[in-house]
Ligand binder design. Structure first.
Ligand SMILES: NC(=O)c1ccc[n+]([C@@H]2O[C@H](COP(=O)([O-])OP(=O)(O)OC[C@H]3O[C@@H](n4cnc5c(N)ncnc54)[C@H](O)[C@@H]3O)[C@@H](O)[C@H]2O)c1
Length: 348
């Protein structure tokens, strides 16, 4: 059997492909390369031989996805493919509903059709959702549990929440029909860090995530690092977020994939359970790199909640998973290794 990884040429997906190959799985990676990197696939295919198949394609292409599921004997899908910039989603909402919701619909239609195949087709589906689906939780709901009401405040969050809803309704139908289908919706907080061996890493264009942006400033690729808002009701006035290492995040996917049983629909928050402020991130970046950042203080960005971090108890209690990288410096160190050795990302 094989695992289909959508968005596998992107940041998180490529780390998932790396881990699944290391575990001995066969992987069919689908990515339209809109924001992904063929180079990541080339790096990962070395040593994997025929166990990694890369297909440059749109995941919403139902017929193609069905053919891939059938011809490679795919029984599990990890669905990472998406567009994931909040600001862009506000300016181009329909692009987000197309890429995240409509494409997922096509993929789910392929999964549905695969249930008629002789081997039964796809029986496990793991979906990358996001803490953006919670919107701006009220203070009492922080740290955020999975039961926190989901009320996104931008099209990105809504497009992912639509994905969750489609998956739930489809899984309900499968359960009623007695089809062996298991799902998990994993709501990530801020994913950071890179493969500790430095083979693959984070390369978003444009880059908006705070740790890579700070590292680009260290490398002189940005004139300064701007803090958006220094008057939040937090100890140092800057926003607090939960940073989970990409390798830990992928580890959680593997634990979830192995645990889910037919008929189950699980949902977990993936974070470390505590937050770091933007100033703490800057301090860590300066400590790890030895550089002094040129820091500018700008106004708040609309829709940036002051504090967001997970309550990761559920996955710890049910699956004994917890993040191993819980100190910021160890997360920043792996990111720094990648940026230092690949200052232009995969373009190097
Ligand atoms: N990076 C984070 O901190 C974070 C936080 C929460 C959730 N997520 C979710 O994790 C997933 C991966 O995020 P990432 O940071 O690796 O992003 P990324 O942009 O690096 O990777 C996404 C990949 O999906 C591909 N893709 C997008 N739409 C596609 C489509 N319709 N068909 C085929 N390929 C398509 C892109 O080319 C890209 O390679 C996304 O679903 C995102 O919503 C990320």
């Amino acid at each position: 059997m094989a695992i289909m990884v959508t968005g596998g040429a992107g940041y998180i997906g490529s780390h998932a492909v790396q881990r699944l190959l290391a575990d001995g799985h066969r992987v069919v990676c689908v990515d339209n390369l809109f924001r992904g990197h063929r180079e990541a696939m080339e790096i990962l295919s070395r040593g994997a031989g025929a166990r990694l198949v890369f297909v440059a394609a749109e995941v919403g292409d139902r017929d193609l996805m069905l053919r891939l599921i059938e011809s490679h004997g795919v029984d599990t899908v990890m669905h990472f493919a998406a567009l994931a910039y909040v600001g862009e989603s506000v300016n181009m909402p329909l692009r987000y509903y197309r890429a995240n919701a409509a494409s997922m619909l096509g993929l789910l239609e392929a999964v549905e059709a695969s249930h008629a195949l002789p081997g039964g087709g796809v029986s496990r589906f793991v979906f990358s959702s996001t803490c953006a689906s919670y919107g701006e939780p009220v203070r009492e709901n922080i740290p955020i549990r999975e039961t926190c009401p989901q009320s996104p405040i931008n099209p990105y969050g809504w497009s992912k929440l639509h994905g969750e809803r489609m998956l739930m309704d489809f899984a309900d139908m499968c359960a009623r029909a007695g089809r062996p289908f298991a799902t998990a919706r994993l709501r990530y907080f801020n994913v950071a860090g890179s493969d500790p061996a430095g083979l693959i890493g984070e390369h978003h264009e444009p880059e908006t995530h705070v740790i890579p942006v700070a590292l680009q400033a260290v490398l002189g690729q940005r004139e300064a690092f701007t803090i958006f808002g220094t008057d939040y009701p937090t100890p140092d006035g800057t926003c607090i977020r939960d940073y989970v290492h990409v390798v830990d995040l992928v580890d959680a996917h593997v634990a979830v994939m192995n645990a889910i049983k037919p008929g189950e629909q699980r949902v977990y928050n993936l974070g470390i359970g505590s937050g770091f402020s933007v100033r703490q991130v800057i301090d860590s970046v300066q400590r790890v790199t030895g550089a002094k950042l040129n820091i500018k203080e700008g106004p708040r960005r609309p829709g940036d909640p002051s504090e967001l971090f997970a309550d990761p108890r559920k996955i710890r209690e049910e699956l004994n998973w917890q993040a191993r990288h819980t100190d910021l410096d160890s997360i920043v160190q792996t990111a720094w290794r990648w940026f230092r050795e690949h200052p232009r990302g995969y373009a190097e």
